[in-house]
Every structure is written in C-alpha cells, then in structure tokens.
Design a protein around this ligand. Sequence first.
Ligand code: FPP
Ligand code: MG
Ligand code: MG
Length: 330
Amino acid sequence: QHSGSRKIDPFKLAQNDLDNLYTDIKEELKNEMPELEQISTYYFDGQGKAIRPLIVILIARAINFHMTGNSDLLNSQKRVALIIEMIHTASLIHDDVIDSADTRRGKPSVNVLWGQKKSIFAGDFVISKGSQMLARLNNPIVISTLSEAIVDLVLGEFMQMGSKKEEKERFSHYIQKTFKKTASLIAYTCKAVTYLATADDELQKAAFEYGKNLGIAFQLVDDMLDFVSSQAELGKPAANDLKLGLATAPVLFACEKFPELNEMIIRRFSEPGDVEKTYDAVMKSDGLNHTRMLAQQHADEAARHISNLRDTPEKQALLTLCDMVLNRKK
Ligand code: FPP
Ligand code: MG
Ligand code: MG
C-alpha cells in the first residue's frame, strides 16, 4: 500500500459531487404541510458527516474508471447517493423514537421537539420520498437492490430487540444484526452504483464486500466509542447501549473473562447496578481491544476487496476511509 498517496482527503475529492446534497434533499421534501416539512428536514442541516453518500460517490467514480463512462452515469449514481442519505436519515428519525434519544449531533432530537407521533410520520415521509426518487431512476435491479437494504434495516433493528439465551449463539447473532442494521445499506448501495456502470459480477462483488466490511468495521468502532467517548464528543449520551439493554461486542468479549455478565446480558441490564457492573467489567477486560482488532480485520478485508481496482485517487481515498473509520473519535 502506498502510504504517501493514502493521504488523499476523501471529503475534498468528492466535495464537488456532494456540494448540493442537502439542498437537493430539502428540495425533495418540500410539501404543503409546513410542519411536516420542518420535521423531516430537521436532520438535513449539514451537521451530518454524509459518510454514506461520500462512499457511494467514491466507489462510483473508482468503478467508472473501468468503463467508458458518460456524465449521465455519474448523475444517476449521484441520485443514489442522495437516496441512501434519505433512507439512512429516515431510519435515524425512527431510531431516535425507539431509543427515546434526547440529542443527536449535539442538538435536541426530533422526538424531543415534536414528540413520537409526528416524528414517526416524518420518518415515514422521508423514506417514502426516498422510495419515490428510487422509483424515478426507473431501474428494477437498482430498486430491488436498495429495497433489500431497507428490509434489512428493519430486520436488523428488530433483531436488536431480542437477546440470545445461548451464549454461543450470541456472537453470530450480533454480527448478523450489525450487518443488517448498519452495513447492508452501504453494501447494497455500493453494489447498485456499480451495477449502473457495469454488468461485471466481480466488480459488483468487490463494491458490495467493500461496503459490507467497512460498514461492519464502522459499527464495531461505534460500539467501542459508546464506552470510551464522552457525551460531549459523541453529541449523544455515552454508555447508552447498556442503558438501552444492548450487549455489543465489547460486552460479549468481556463475558469470556467475566461469565457473571451472562445473566445481566439476558435480562438486558434491567436491574439496578447492572449497567455500572457491566461497564466496569468491560473496562477491566480486553473487550475494547478485542473489538478494535475485529474492526481492524474488517477494515483490512474492505481494503483487500478493492485492491484489484485501477489505481486512481478515488481508490486511494477509499483506502484512506478504511483507516479513518478505525481512528475516528465520534
Ligand atoms: C442507529 O443505530 C440506527 C440504525 C442504523 C437503523 C435504524 C433502523 C430502523 C429504526 C428501522 C428502519 C426504519 C426505516 C425508516 C427504514 P443506533 O441507535 O445504534 O445509533 P445512534 O447511536 O446513532 O442512535
Ligand atoms: Mg439510537
Ligand atoms: Mg438504536
């Protein structure tokens, strides 16, 4: 790997293609009900990292180098980048209701400002508008590919509500949930924009596997940061997963050293002191290190899958993202 050229700033490289992202999304969400418009555009304030659209644009451009591309191609791929941000944000709006979140990205969450019912409608509205845009692309394969990811979001979120009684089933359940909840959307979208460019199965698989592994690495780091970052850094409450009853990778690894965590995992940390005891056990175990190593493996795997792509700044930026995901603090 060329460490010199890996310094390419992915955000700068894709900036031109992402400049109008939020303006365009807000344009799509215009409607005759001012309050619905206000709630559904609330998270499109430019404070998000737009990491998903960024990845989609970079994969698209890296793949397009293999084709005799046209500007129409990149334009449809940009539409897909916009749609993925809408699907993602719709899921966050619902997620904040489900998690009873107080804040997101340092500001009050939708449910705090408008209550659960209106927030759910806003999430429904954003996903419907995103689906409408998707349909307008008029490409059945792209529609079914992204629909698969929407189904997975729901399945992943639902899986997270149940905990496995059997300790040995727990880890595969967690990884499967992580794929569906976090990685599926970026994986299928990377595949869809590649499909727009080429019928080459190998390239489609490379794009899918890149997105899948980067997505899983991203969530593993997220689950780690939930333990080590403060509320101020995250813009959302820390150690929140335990409070929500969720046993993520650091806890599952800690459980190997402290089997007494088992019963607390099963009762989803619902008794007084469970959250604190588990937090301390995680800190005393090597659960966080272990989680970081697993994230590293997935990031390496993501990089490996695009290693055969033509060497372009876009490819280097995609490799840089593999490092950035591991080193991020929020
Ligand atoms: C954030 O997780 C949540 C998701 C990535 C997916 C949420 C999916 C749904 C609510 C179901 C599908 C809904 C639609 C509209 C398709 P988190 O709670 O771990 O992250 P956070 O810390 O950012 O809140
Ligand atoms: Mg949440
Ligand atoms: Mg959640």
